[in-house]
Each structure stands twice: as structure tokens, then as C-alpha cells.
Design a protein around this ligand. Structure first.
Ligand code: ACO
Length: 399
């Protein structure tokens, strides 16, 4: 199309599509979304069934391999992941080198990128066994890196992985263990966290997955590509939204202040965080499932007054013409922050949890990209709006 030009200066025929709203960047068989109907499926399986009946590691297997595992495949997969949870001691020192108040997402982004220097063979991306090894490593080590970022920010000693525990129990142990004795998580809390990870595991071409694919299309190693994904997820309009939701709820403070807050949103002073989605123009199916997980967690830890504000805010917004007209519904972030807070995570950790959940999705998409013969290096066109052909005048003549 670039060859179709009106004249010599014409840049050629192209679509101008800021944010790629109408442009497919790839063909993918990983995740299906119908935003109008509120449908989300991983490899064809509805998210509701996976959240109810599967585990995060089984879902990770499904996303990456394309099929559900046999019993033997599942056991091997869980074994492999469990025995790759440790990281090199120098990574520990690397994380310890950050400022005392460093954001855990910054630490996670840097440390996952740094893993590429510990596994230089990861550059052999066309070797399927090698790709498998790096994907296992990354799924296994992300909770270790995330937990250590959290402990560092709290000034607490790092806890090594406990390979007798399940994936989420081990993560909770590395986060919260405070003594020599074995950390025992409440099974309802471990299950709720597992469900949250499943709900975040993939979401087709969102901003961070697009970043992973875009960087991965240069054929760099997967640690560098995933580090780019973590960076994209850090932004407040993407993974950072649940942190913003909680701050917003705190600022609103009580149900009486909701109408004035809503007026401010409608006047364009700010956005109702946790509402609206680029794809879902109906209720985000993950938000429904998270609401249910919310009930389970609050049954264990007791009710949080911010939950009442959130429920009232949702009720008012869903009846308000401004939100109805624009088809703005709660998204995955609206309730997830409340659960994370109830589990005693500080807001800076919310996006880290999202990143751990999203890792299998990033890797499944990266693996698909590398094995797709049609895929090219990501290199969008631009519409140039600047000057052309200016005469350069040297500094001594201009000043
Ligand atoms: N509060 C108030 N108004 C909103 C909101 C919101 N949360 N979201 C969109 N709108 C309004 C816009 O002001 C715009 O109104 P206008 O037509 O009068 O100008 C209209 O709805 C369309 O908004 P866009 O920004 O064009 O929608 P887009 O699809 O590009 O944005 C996004 C989606 C970024 C998620 C947006 O809804 C938003 O900022 N939401 C709040 C942040 C958030 O919750 N992000 C999490 C997303 S989910 C995730 O990343 C996992």
C-alpha cells in the first residue's frame, strides 16, 4: 500500500490508527475475547470454568501448550516449576542493591530482565527445548523475585522458596513468613490467590502483551521481552489501575461523598478508576469472578469498609447515564485491589501480583510469536507531521 502515492511527497497509503484500536498485529490461538458479550476463553475454555475447576499451574500449561495436560504431564510440569523457584545468589544481592523505598514493580522489571545474564543460552529462541526451559524458569522464579521485592521494600530478610508447598502457598510463605517454623497459609486464602492468578493469566493483545510481542519480535531472549511487559504493566492505565482504585476509594472515604465524586468524574476532573475497558463494553467477566473471590476472602479476614464504598460506587455508576452511554462497567481492577489489601499486600505490590499471574500468558504469546513463520519484526508506520528539507545553520552563525 505504501507504493500508492498521490505525488512524490505523499507518504503512501497507510492506516492511521493511534493505539492500534482497529489493527490486528498478529494471528493468535491463545485467548478469545468477545467484549460486547463479556466472554473470555483461554484456548477455548471459558474463564468461569477454569477459575472454578482448574489451578493456576494447569492454566499456565494450557496457555503455553495449547491443550490440557494428562496426569503425567501435569505432575511433570508442577515438578519442573517447583524445582526452579530458586534464583542465583547474585540476583538476591542485585535486589538488595535497590533503594530502601524502591517500587517493587521497578525491582521486578529489573530483576526479571537481569535473569537474561544468568541464562545466556536463552538467546537460542529457535530451539524448542531451550524455550521450554526458559518458560519453566520464568513461571517458577517470578514469585521469588516478586516476594523478595516486597521483603526488600519492608526491610525484612528474604525467605527462600519452600518446595514442599504449592505454587501460591510457597509465594505466601516467601512474602509473609516471620519465623523459622513452616508457614501455613489458610487454604481459602491460597485458593483465592490462585483464582486471581488464573483470572490475570492472559488477555490477548493488551498493552503489556503487545510490548512482549513487540520486543520479542526482534528475537531477543524471553527475559528481556518479559521485562518490557512488566514495564508496560507498571503504568496506571494498565496494571497500575487497581492500586489507583484503592487510593480513590480511600480518598472518597465514605458513602456520602460518592455523589460529589461522581460529579467530578462527569465534569472530566478525573476518571473512575477500575471502570471502562478498551475491549469490554459490557461487564468484565473477570470482575464478576473477583467479586465472588472477594466474598471468600472477607469471610476469612472480616469486612473492609472500603468494600461498601466500592459496592455503592458501582451501583450508582451503573445507573448513571454518563457511564451507561459510554458503556463503562467495572473491570478486573475494580475489586482486585480490595482483595489484595485484605491479604495484607501494600498497594505497590498489587501490580506485582498481576505480573506473576500474567507471566504464562506473556510466555504463551511469545512462544506463539517465535513459532509463527508469518511474524515480522514490529515496526509500525507513522504519519510524519514535522518540517522537511530545512537549511541547517551552524550554532556560531545562529547565536
Ligand atoms: N471514568 C470516567 N470516564 C471514562 C472512564 C473512566 N474510568 N473510562 C473512559 N471514560 C470516558 C472517556 O472520558 C471518554 O469519554 P468521551 O467520549 O466523553 O471523551 C469515553 O469514556 C471513552 O474513553 P476512552 O479513553 O476513549 O476509552 P479507551 O477504550 O481508550 O480507554 C481505559 C480504556 C484506558 C481502560 C479507560 O476506560 C480508563 O482510563 N479507565 C480507568 C483506568 C482503568 O481502570 N484501567 C484498567 C483497565 S483494565 C486493565 O488494564 C487490566
Amino acid at each position: 500500500l505504501g507504493q500508492i502515492r498521490a505525488n512524490e511527497d505523499d507518504p503512501g497509503l497507510a492506516t492511521y490508527d493511534p493505539g492500534f484500536v482497529n489493527t490486528a498485529s498478529c494471528r493468535s490461538a491463545v485467548t478469545y475475547i468477545d467484549g460486547d458479550k463479556g466472554i473470555l476463553e483461554y484456548r477455548g475454555y471459558p474463564i468461569e470454568q477454569l477459575a472454578e475447576k482448574s489451578t493456576f499451574l494447569e492454566v499456565a500449561y494450557l496457555l503455553i501448550h495449547g491443550d490440557l495436560p494428562t496426569k503425567e504431564q501435569y505432575e511433570n510440569w508442577v515438578h519442573e516449576i517447583t524445582y526452579h523457584t530458586f534464583v542465583h545468589e547474585n540476583v538476591k544481592e542485585f535486589v538488595q542493591g535497590f533503594r530502601y523505598d524502591a517500587h517493587p514493580m521497578g525491582m521486578l522489571m529489573a530483576s526479571v530482565g537481569a535473569l537474561s545474564t544468568f541464562y545466556p543460552e536463552a538467546v537460542n529462541i529457535h530451539d524448542a527445548d531451550n524455550r521450554h526451559m526458559q518458560m519453566v524458569r520464568m513461571i517458577a522464579k517470578m514469585p521469588t523475585l516478586g516476594a523478595w521485592s516486597f521483603r526488600h521494600a519492608q526491610g525484612k530478610p528474604f525467605v527462600y522458596p519452600d518446595n514442599d508447598l504449592s505454587y501460591t502457598e510457597n509465594f505466601l510463605s516467601m512474602l509473609f513468613k516471620m519465623s523459622e517454623s513452616k508457614y501455613v497459609a489458610d487454604p481459602r486464602i491460597a485458593k483465592a490467590l490462585d483464582v486471581l492468578l488464573i483470572l490475570h493469566a492472559d488477555h490477548e493483545q493488551n498493552c503489556s502483551t503487545n510490548a512482549v510481542r513487540s520486543v520479542g519480535s526482534s528475537q531477543v531472549d524471553p527475559y528481556s521481552a518479559v521485562a518490557a511487559g512488566v514495564g508496560a504493566l507498571f503504568g496506571p492505565l494498565h496494571g497500575g489501575a487497581n492500586e489507583a482504585v484503592l487510593r480513590m476509594l480511600r480518598r472518597i472515604g465514605s458513602k456520602e461523598n460518592i455523589p460529589a465524586f461522581i460529579e467530578g468524574v462527569k465534569n472530566g476532573d478525573e476518571r473512575l478508576m477500575g471502570f471502562g475497558h478498551r475491549v469490554y463494553k459490557n461487564y468484565d467477566p473477570r470482575a464478576k469472578l473477583i467479586k465472588k473471590a472477594c466474598d471468600d476472602v472477607f469471610e476469612v479476614v472480616g469486612v473492609n469498609p472500603l468494600l461498601e464504598i466500592a459496592q455503592e460506587l458501582e451501583k450508582i455508576a451503573l445507573e448513571d447515564e454518563y457511564f451507561v452511554k459510554r458503556r463503562l462497567y467495572p473491570n478486573v481492577d475494580f475489586y482486585s485491589g480490595l482483595i489484595y489489601e485484605a491479604l495484607q499486600f501494600p498497594p505497590e505490590m498489587f501490580t506485582v501480583l498481576f505480573a506473576i499471574g500474567r507471566t504464562p500468558g506473556w510466555l504463551a504469546q511469545w512462544n506463539e510469536l517465535i513459532t509463527d513463520k508469518e511474524q515480522k519484526i514490529a515496526r509500525p508506520k507513522q504519519i510524519y507531521t514535522g518540517d522537511r528539507g530545512l537549511e541547517f545553520v551552524a550554532a556560531e552563525e545562529r547565536w
